[in-house]
Design a protein around this ligand. Structure first.
Ligand code: NIG
Length: 410
């Protein structure tokens, strides 16, 4: 067996590890990193770096963990520019557009659907995303949900079953919920790790959402919920009650929702990143801007002790961007997060939302979302000396290089 190639990344301006085990010293200067095969094998003072096969000169730029995008809907065909234009002209977002994408997705053949998905993942990776979840949810019948799940599983790191995205036209909501919990769940099961439900007025009500979550939990899937996107509702409370890994959107929260989320983290030491985890609140600022909804109250949630993640929610209806740089920029400039907090939310906390954080061992795979020895070598080199530039120079092309599982992909 041949030894894995080793690469030393040195002359790093700022190494933002997002490794809570390092405490206040999680941002290092004069540090170097060694990649060996797919993993990080060494971190330390540049002057003490070991001999390696190759050397990469970071030229004083900042090195971060690759972005972990824990919420996307990338398996789709078709176009919804007209809906976006109508929204910019004053119409409000209603989930009905999902049906338009469902029609186009069903009509696309496997080759086209795979090609479109691969193109979107390549765009995300080029922007610094190194670990990515995606969902079904534009098939909405047994055949097309299973096909979406199968195709997604060939490209994405993790796949979420979202048969409960919208009740298809002409179907009874309870009958469709039955299908989602039965035959459809069985058909997608080999390809997915998670299940999700869009718990919102106009989509699935509390009782239907509860049935979906219970059936998917009983089938052994991890849970997440689309909740409180368009108004207050039961989504957050259901997510906490079911011990979901995340509840996503969280735009409209009652005090009781914030409390339920905070209580779920009462056994967690945020500084150390250890303890009993709760339900991550995933904020989707690109979606909030594109739908002209109020931004999720990320600052309030953090102050209450909730772990928040940032994700792109890339999809054709509410957020047609996979730019995590943009999400981080927005979180700092408009949601009141510090740069450190926003980067943590887009890396470490994204990994938490996907069960892939430090100490997690999912199917024997390596942890992601922080730079630590033994973790997957997922790295993002900025075209800037510090991560602060993500907010200081909004919209600038700041992604200089990307390593995914030890391979330089940009
Ligand atoms: O997360 N809210 C539900 N699902 C997507 C939007 C899907 C669509 O409109 O196509 C979201 O925003």
């Amino acid at each position: 067996m041949t030894a894995s190639k080793s690469t030393l990344i040195t002359n790093i301006g700022e190494l933002m590890t997002q490794d809570p085990a390092r405490g206040a010293g999680s941002v290092l200067r004069d540090a170097a990193v060694v990649i060996e095969g797919e993993r990080i094998s060494w971190i330390g003072p540049a002057g003490q770096a070991p001999q390696t096969d190759e050397m990469y000169d970071a030229e004083g730029r900042a090195l971060l963990p690759g972005w972990v995008d824990s919420h996307t809907h990338l398996v789709f065909a078709g176009d919804r520019t007209a809906e976006f234009e109508a929204r910019m002209a004053g119409e409000s977002y209603a989930a009905g557009g999902i049906a338009v994408t469902t029609g186009a997705t069903r009509a696309a053949d496997d080759f086209d659907l795979t090609r479109l998905l691969m193109g979107r993942v390549a765009e995300a990776v080029a922007g610094g995303t190194t670990y990515l979840e995606t969902k079904t949810g534009y098939g909405l019948d047994v055949e097309h949900e299973a096909r979406s799940a199968r195709i997604a599983s060939t490209v994405a790191d993790q796949v979420t079953y979202l048969g409960a995205h919208l009740v298809p036209d002409g179907m009874d909501a309870d009958a469709y919920t039955e299908l989602v919990c039965g035959e459809m769940l069985e058909a997608v099961r080999p390809y997915v790790q998670w299940a999700d439900v869009f718990c919102e007025r106009g989509a699935f009500n509390e009782e239907q959402s509860r049935r979906v979550l219970a059936a998917c939990r009983d089938a052994g899937l991890g849970l997440r919920v689309h909740g409180n996107q368009l108004g207050e509702g039961p989504g957050v409370q259901l997510a906490v009650e079911f011990g979901a890994a995340s509840v996503d959107h969280v735009n409209y929260l009652a005090d009781t929702d914030v409390k339920a989320l905070a209580d779920s983290w009462s056994g967690w030491d945020r500084a150390a990143g250890t303890g009993e985890r709760g339900t991550v609140a995933t904020c989707l600022p690109a979606c909030d801007l594109s739908t002209r909804q109020p931004l999720a109250p990320g600052r309030q949630l953090l102050d209450a002790g909730v772990e928040i993640a940032l994700a792109s929610n890339c999809n054709p209806g509410t957020s047609y961007t996979s730019s995590m740089n943009y999400c981080v920029t927005t979180a700092v400039l408009q949601m009141g997060l510090s740069v450190q907090e926003a980067v943590r939310a887009a890396t470490f906390a994204g990994a938490l939302a996907l069960g892939k954080h430090v100490g997690a061992d999912v199917d024997g795979q390596r942890a992601v979302g922080s730079i630590a020895v033994g973790h997957r070598a997922d790295l993002h080199l900025l075209n800037a000396p510090s991560a602060t530039h993500l907010a200081y120079r909004p919209g600038m092309p700041l992604t200089a290089a990307v390593w995914r599982a030890g391979v330089q992909v940009r």
